[in-house]
Design a protein around this ligand. Structure first.
Ligand code: KIV
Ligand code: ZN
Length: 387
């Protein structure tokens, strides 16, 4: 049977690290509820030690969510851990996510810690957390710029101390898909107890490879994808949960994996997050952008009208979107005829011989020809014919 991949959403934590994004507690609760209905299995509700507001939002989400895990983020710092545990305490399925950076640049310049000190901190704090919560996710931050043998030791220490899930962050979106997949292969070969825990991907989009990297992680053994709605997050953002879920659905056979995500809710959840973040999605954004299922050129419109599968790999209804055939300078007579019929002008092919050149003249000087412009054009044509 095809294995199911789960989704861990961090819109409310990593996503909120987007410059200029500041969710209200009400926004956070509404988004968390939409995420649960969308089918994610874990909601990273915030970083409780960061502020009282973050703490309160995590508490509220923990009290509201009934099926998904509610996760609080914490550094390997005792007070962070205690606050994350306290904030998620009321959740039906509480979890905490512990992280510490492992790469040389972070060890030397940010943490001022030696590799041995990092391993000792992992052992001490993961053991502590695991005594108090049944579900502990561990992340070696900047994993993809960490020497592989040290990364394996860090992960090994977390597993030995009781971590239930290991997350591999490509914190600065540096890896190529091949390199990211190879990290999972290496860990599988060098970490004792690899199969005792879950493995997740956490990919950033600095080089536009976040989706490809997440899918490559899955192809190399990860069973969960961490990401955000609309791909919001630090700098260029995180992998977009919607895109990754749609890719697993459309290319199910290629990945031999299924998605539990309720894809028809994609457009609605994207709109909800776009509204709460004041960040409209780009018109050409995959799946949810307004151009994602719009066909403008004559050849594409003609093909689409003969059979939608000519230019669509996914039925728009499947992701809660709608197809459209906007009329512009490259549109063909087939689509113009269809629009005229829809607007109540049932024209014949012969009539199109006069109408289409007039449409073309109009389209040359307009971005998209609106319904009103088409109606005005037809009135003008009729008036000329009556003279
Ligand atoms: O990108 C990152 O490394 C993170 C960690 C906190 C998991 O967001
Ligand atoms: Zn991140």
């Amino acid at each position: 049977m095809t294995q199911q991949i789960t989704f861990y959403d961090t819109t409310l934590r990593d996503g909120e690290q987007t410059i200029g994004v500041n969710f209200s507690i009400e926004d956070k609760v509404a988004i968390a509820m939409a995420l649960e209905a969308y089918g994610v299995s874990a909601i990273e509700a915030g970083f409780p030690a960061a502020s009282q507001k973050d703490f309160d939002a995590v508490v509220k989400i923990a009290q509201t969510i009934t099926q998904a895990k509610v996760v609080g983020l914490a550094r390997l710092v005792r007070s962070d851990i205690d606050q994350a545990i306290q904030a998620t305490r009321m959740a039906k399925c509480p979890a905490i996510h512990l992280f510490i950076a492992t790469s040389p640049v972070h060890r030397d310049y940010k943490l001022h810690m030696t590799p041995d000190e990092i391993i000792a901190a992992i052992t001490k704090e993961v053991t502590y957390a695991r005594q108090l919560v049944p579900d502990v996710i561990f992340s070696p931050e900047d994993a993809t710029r960490t020497e592989l043998p040290f990364l394996a030791s860090a992960v090994q220490a977390a597993i030995a101390a009781g971590a239930t899930m290991i997350n591999i962050p490509d914190t600065v979106g540096y890896d190529t898909p091949e390199e990211y997949g190879a990290v999972f292969d290496y860990l599988q070969a060098h970490v004792a107890g690899y199969e005792r825990v879950g493995w997740s991907t956490h990919t950033h989009n600095d080089l536009g490879m976040a989706t490809a990297n997440a899918l490559m992680g899955v192809a190399h053994g990860a069973n969960e994808i961490q990401g955000t709605i609309n791909g919001i997050g630090e700098r260029a953002g995180n992998v977009d949960v919607i895109e990754a879920a749609a890719a697993l659905y459309v290319r199910q056979r290629a990945f031999e994996r299924q998605t539990p995500i309720q894809l028809p809710q994609s457009k609605a959840i994207s709109d909800l997050v776009a509204h709460a973040t004041h960040m409209p999605v780009a018109r050409n954004k995959p799946i949810v952008g307004c151009n994602a299922f719009a066909h403008e050129s004559g050849i594409h419109q003609d093909g689409y009208l003969k059979h939608p599968a000519t230019y669509e790999i996914l039925k728009p209804e499947m992701v809660g979107a709608k197809a459209s055939l906007p009329l512009g300078k490259l549109s063909g007579s087939h689509a113009v005829m269809q629009k005229l019929t829809a607007l109540g002008f049932p024209v014949t092919r012969e009539m199109m011989a006069t109408i289409f050149p007039t449409f073309k003249q109009l389209a040359e000087v307009t971005d998209i020809v609106s319904d009103q412009q088409i109606q005005a054009m037809m009135q003008e044509i009729f008036q000329k014919e009556m003279v």
